[in-house]
Every structure is written in C-alpha cells, then in structure tokens.
Design a protein around this ligand. Structure first.
Ligand code: ATP
Ligand code: MG
Length: 415
C-alpha cells in the first residue's frame, strides 16, 4: 500500500471523528440506559465541559480483532467496534508500575500514545504501586520511584491540567473493588495467564499477589468505566481477562461496567530486549545491555544500541532480517514516525553498524529534550506531590461512585 500523504492522514482523522460522532448520535437515540455516574457531567474536571455523554458498550470484541487501522500513519489502533463507539467523553485509563527504570519500550508502547490521545478523551494515568508490591520492594526506593514515574509522565508531555495523574494506593476503592471482582473470578482464568505461568515457573513459591494481579488490574480499569486502555501488547491478555470479568459481573448482577476496548500502537507495541530479541524489553529483566532507560545518558544509549544483538546477514534485507534487526528498525520507526516505504528506502542494504548508529542517534535526539524536562520538573520542590494529590482528588469521586453502585448491585451494606 502506498504511504499516506499528510493531507490524506488529516482527512482520515476527520472522517474517523465524523463517524464517531454520527455513531454517538445513533447510540444515544437507541439506548435509553446509561451508567449512573457517566450521567454526572464533568466527572473528571472542568476542562471537559461540552463533551458528550458516554453511550454504554455491550459488545465483546476479542483482542485478536484489534485492527491496525492506520498502520501507515502511526495512529493508534483501536478495536474495530470501539473505534466507532468512542466519544469525547470516553474515559481512558492506563498505568505503569513504579519498579525498575522506565525504558524505551514503556515509552513507545504506552506513554507516547497517552500523550497523543490526552486531548481527545478524559484520561486518567495511574502509578500502580499496589501492583509493584506483588514482589518485595525496598520501601524508601519504592517511594522515590513513585515520584520518578510521575515526573516521567510529565516530562513525556502528560498535561496535568487535562489528565489526572494519580497513585493507585491513594484511592482506596482500587483495593476494595479488586476484592469484589476476586469473588466473581474463577481461579482457572488467573492460572491461565501467561505472565503468571512464566513467573510461577521461575520461583519455588509464588505470592498470591502474583496470581491476583490481573484482578486488581481489572479493578483499576473498571473502577473508572474506562472505554479505552492504551497499553503495550504484553498486557493484551490481561485486558481480555478484564473484559471477561466485567461481562461476568454484568451478567450476574446486571449491567454495571463498561466493557473496555484495547488500543495498541501500530509500531512499538512490543519492543524486544536489545541483548535478546526473543524476549520483551522489561524493567525487571536484568542485564546491562537489555534495555535503554529513559534517563540513560547519551553515551550509555549509544553503547547499548551499538552492542545490540543482530544476525549473521551483513546488511539490512527486510525479507530476511532476524528479530534483532527488525527490533532496531521498529525502534527507529516508532521514534521517527516514518512510513514503511521510507524505512525501506532508507535502510535496505545498510550495514548493521550504520543501522545501529542511526538508531542510536535517533534515540538520543528524542530522549535529550525529554531528559531536560525531567530535570526541570524534579528541581521544583513540592510540585510533584501537589500534582499527585490533586490527581487523586479529581478521580476519587468517580471511583467511590462505582464502588457504591457495585455494593448496591451485590447486596452489600450501603449506609
Ligand atoms: P515489569 O518487568 O516490571 O513488568 P514492564 O517493562 O513490563 O516492567 P510495566 O510497568 O509492566 O513495564 O508496563 C507499563 C506499560 O508499558 C504497559 O502498558 C506495558 O504494556 C508497556 N510495555 C512494557 N514493556 C513493553 C515493551 N517491551 N514494548 C512495548 N510496550 C511495553
Ligand atoms: Mg510488565
């Protein structure tokens, strides 16, 4: 397919938006039923005035059906069904664990896309510290990491006036809803999770938190009735489980939760380890040449990328390239936003040493301004604490309202 021109891309965006709004009109005419708290105007903040109400979602769309709608222009790919059900009021929820060092996989797979969509939806970006403690964390280090992640969100371009940035453990409803959802989740569903199986296979004994983690993740999302959850590909299975849990609850107790859709980036959804391109780049994977951290200095970034594992071919051949080379190419493409066509023109026949230099320079160029902003943010005393306090205050009423509805539906005591 020929790469889209900038004008075509803009036209496609306009059309998609037009279709979304038309679809909203149809939904609101046909569906009298809305989730109770979605009817509250401006639930998240004053900035969202004038946005439409949220139509309910009933359909279930398997993750396999996520379409790369705009793959040639680096838009985010939504499930087909949700693309046409999205409205300005649709809520977005996503988060990262405050463990280890955030890396370019976290940025390209999630954070970068959060920034891109924050003006179009009502966004909540969470620092999921309750997930972090499923493994032992040194308490002082964990506290410091929470602030570091908040600063990284801001440095990436999340605007706290538009989006809420909050810490999971600051809103007690996350843990409360997790228990209620645990009670409707068959243990077999949790034992099937790939991440659980991988972690359980490595350890002699596994904490219950590792098994329960996806239920807490479901609670994080369902608590805010999020319609979109932008994550990397590794979280797709947990999102599928979230939908299963939401649907099970809805069928047991009546329609309560929005069944969320997924959004994966067209490029960068799964950045692989630079030392081993067969495994996903992860904060928790050790190895000096595994990942480029967002706060790594330029020299270290260059060193790690120059040592990246490739294959035995001498130069780039898109048809024969091994996973290491494809990983380097997709990192370059995700940072630069270039089309497939221009990637082929630029890199076909390039020797691996030169490819690595190009990827390293692109990464350094993208991360340098980001790191400058980070240093500025952390140099302002009290700024981060204020952002996090305000974020929690903004979202708490939404979360409390969901818990209240869930308690009512389940027959629990509501005073
Ligand atoms: P950990 O090893 O602690 O689980 P992680 O690197 O997997 O660390 P998370 O905090 O679990 O990071 O994930 C944060 C977000 O980053 C999620 O949306 C996840 O899907 C995304 N993500 C994580 N790793 C990658 C990757 N290699 N490529 C693309 N996206 C990723
Ligand atoms: Mg992870």
């Amino acid at each position: 397919m020929a790469p889209a021109t900038a004008a075509e891309i803009r036209a496609r965006r306009r059309n998609a938006r037009g279709r979304r709004l038309q679809n909203f009109d149809r939904c609101s005419a046909n569906q009298a039923w809305f989730l109770p708290h979605c009817m509250q105007p401006h639930a998240l903040a004053g900035e969202n005035e004038g946005r439409e109400s949220h139509p309910s979602f009933h359909s279930r769309q398997p993750i396999a059906a996520v379409d790369q709608f705009f793959d040639s222009c680096f838009e985010i790919a939504y499930d087909r069904i949700y693309l046409f059900s999205l409205t300005m009021k649709t809520r977005v929820f996503s988060g990262m664990q405050p463990t280890g060092n955030l890396h370019i996989g976290n940025y390209l797979g999630a954070l970068k896309n959060w920034v891109r969509i924050q003006n179009d939806y009502e966004c909540i970006f969470c620092i999921v510290d309750l997930h972090a403690v499923t493994m032992y964390q040194e308490p002082a280090e964990l506290r410091a990491k929470i602030e570091e992640i908040a600063a990284l969100y801001l440095a990436a371009g999340i605007d706290p006036k538009i989006s809420a940035i909050m810490v999971q453990s600051e809103v007690a409803a996350h843990a409360e809803l997790a228990w209620m959802l645990t009670c409707v989740t068959p243990v077999g569903w949790l034992e099937r999770m790939t991440q659980y199986k991988a972690k359980a296979a490595k350890a002699e004994s596994v904490g219950d938190g590792i098994l329960q983690y996806p239920v807490l993740m479901a609670a994080d999302i369902l608590l805010y009735q999020a319609g979109i959850v932008p994550v990397g590909e590794d979280q797709a299975q947990h999102l599928e489980l979230t939908r299963d849990i939401a649907q099970r609850f809805n069928s047991l107790y009546g329609e309560t939760f929005v069944v969320p859709g997924t959004s994966l980036p067209a490029v960068g959804a799964r950045v692989m380890g630079l030392d081993d391109p067969e495994i996903k780049m992860s904060k928790s994977t050790t190895g000096t040449n595994h990942a480029v951290a967002l706060l790594d200095p330029p020299d270290r970034i260059r060193k790690i990328i120059m040592r990246a594992t490739t294959d035995s071919n001498p130069a780039v051949d898109f048809e024969k390239a091994g996973p290491g080379v494809l990983n380097l190419l997709s990192i370059y493409q995700a940072f630069s936003g270039e089309s497939d066509h221009s990637m082929r023109e630029k890199f076909t026949g390039m020797r691996y040493g030169d490819l690595k230099k190009q990827v390293a320079e692109m990464t350094v160029a993208r991360l340098e301004p980001f790191q400058q902003r980070y240093r500025q943010i952390v140099s302002e005393p009290g700024y981060l604490a204020g952002i996090l306090r305000e974020g929690a205050e903004r979202v708490r009423p939404i979360a409390d309202q969901t818990v209240r509805v869930v308690k009512e539906r389940m027959g629990l005591f509501v005073g």
